[in-house]
Write a protein of this length. Structure first.
Length: 303
């Protein structure tokens, strides 16, 4: 099961009822935080989300409204007694900025491991049991979007295993995808496993123009979280100049990528009530929702 929590939905400036855009993804007792702007840990505390359990921080880019909460958050994690390493991953050029922010932290009782995504092509790597894919976006600085995918093992068929006289102590190995030998006969996983299962996929894209290659990374997502800096179609030219998206552009990506659900986030502080503009997205992609701080949803594997 994957639990997704939007811990902030604001862009540029934190507001009393809207913290800067960030997101927590929980799986198997561990947490991934996407972006960490000013006030992010306040939202985490408000949502009773254990800060010390954050294992990975994914940064979309290093504009201030996405990273300036890092020093305070890392100090809080250190004060919790954590000693396990923490990974921070960001686009090309982010390491220098992160190192500068770490200066004000002083001593931390855990290792901060930093990785930069240098390639312009999508990069896949495994972390805490999820496949995380990144893709470059189109913004004023290096910026990436992320998809997190939980690959589901096919169901194990014990009846088939019994018919083949496979000892129970080999079942776990076969379910894990490895072959075994029974009485000099090789048993392969496909002999006892069911059909491939559809993975759970969560995608997060913000601070970008709607470039074509976004569709590739978010395709078939169970949940697509996407920025909607402005809601009104009349703001399209202004939004384009600032390298952001309006609601209808995010909805078009959702529609064209066959996603199941769209949550809008990263709202301009000049838009106090984003819900007034939801119609511009729903006419294109009906299953669109306005993101609200601490909005959450659990995603369970289909049987």
């Amino acid at each position: 099961m994957i639990n997704v929590i939007i811990t902030g939905t604001g862009g540029m400036i934190p507001l009393p009822d809207r913290f800067l855009a960030s997101c927590v993804i929980e799986y198997n007792g561990r947490k991934i935080l996407i972006d960490c702007g000013e006030g992010t840990q306040v939202s985490l505390h408000k949502g009773k989300i254990s800060i010390s359990k954050i294992d990975v921080i994914l940064l979309t880019h290093c504009h201030a409204d996405h990273v300036t909460g890092l020093p305070g958050l890392l100090l809080t994690i250190g004060n919790s007694g954590r000693t396990e390493p923490l990974d921070i991953i960001g686009p090309r050029g982010s390491m220098n900025i992160i190192n500068s922010l770490l200066v004000v932290c002083g001593y931390l009782p855990f290792e901060v491991r930093m990785s930069e995504l240098h390639d312009t092509k999508p990069v896949e790597f495994e972390q805490i049991g999820l496949n995380i894919t990144s893709i470059p976006l189109k913004h004023h600085m290096n910026c990436v979007g992320y998809s997190l995918e939980l690959k589901l093992k096919p169901h194990f068929n014990p009846e088939k295993a019994r018919q083949l006289n496979i000892p129970v102590n080999f079942w776990k190995t076969l379910h894990g995808g490895e072959s075994v030998k029974v009485m000099d006969k090789t048993i392969t996983p496909d002999m006892v496993l069911g059909e491939e299962r559809t993975p759970i996929k969560i995608s997060y894209v913000t601070d970008t123009r709607p470039v074509d290659w976004i569709n590739k990374i978010v395709r078939n997502s169970d949940l697509f979280i996407c920025e909607g800096m402005y809601g009104d179609d009349e703001q399209k030219e202004k939004t384009s100049e600032k390298m952001h998206m309006i609601f209808s552009e995010a909805a078009e990506i959702a529609r064209d990528s066959n996603v199941k659900e769209l949550w809008l986030t990263h709202f301009s502080p000049a838009m106090p009530n984003p819900g007034e503009y939801i119609k511009f997205a729903k006419v294109i992609f009906p299953n669109t929702h306005i993101g609200i701080d601490l909005m959450h949803k659990e995603f369970k594997p289909a049987e």
